[in-house]
Design a protein. Structure first.
Length: 156
């Protein structure tokens, strides 16, 4: 952890923008979230929030509450890589919204070493857990065409 090079910021911003585009695949009305898992500069998995395979693509109920069985983008990306011949060990997860506590547990168990996100989720306990586990967390703040990294510490 520490300083991030300009080259790394450029790569991080490109992958995060790709995750933002991938989020557009989500059928969720309230929030569309996209995630990419990258290892050795290769995308090894992707995901977006939505319902499990075989379910109707409706994420919210009639009261506009998210249905309990909707999967988060990170969970979809992690389970997708688990079905492949790839390993997420030491990979970077790019996600448009910071992980919740449940997804953070999956990220830790998947061996992901770095998480880059674009905006904070309403609860920050997931990011706090990741920091406690020693996973580098970076809030990549977009301001126009530029991105500024903010490395999250355990104290935040």
């Amino acid at each position: 952890m520490g300083n991030i090079t300009d080259k790394q910021i450029t790569l991080d911003s490109r992958y995060l923008r790709m995750a933002q585009i991938w989020a557009e695949n989500s059928y969720c009305r309230r929030r569309q979230v996209g995630a990419l898992i990258v290892k050795d500069k290769m995308i090894i998995s992707d995901g977006y929030n939505g319902t499990p395979v075989g379910f109707e693509n409706i994420c919210e109920d009639d009261d506009d509450h998210t249905k309990a069985y909707v999967l988060h983008a990170e969970a979809n990306a992690i389970t997708k890589v688990a079905q492949s011949n790839n390993s997420s060990l030491d990979a970077t997860l790019y996600v448009t919204t910071s992980p919740c506590i449940e997804c953070s547990k999956l990220i830790i168990q998947a061996g992901i070493k770095r998480v880059v996100f674009g905006e904070y989720y309403r609860m920050t306990d997931g990011v706090q857990l990741l920091c406690r586990a020693g996973i580098e967390c970076i809030h990549l703040v977009q301001n126009g065409d530029t991105f500024t990294p903010h490395i999250i510490s355990r104290d935040e």
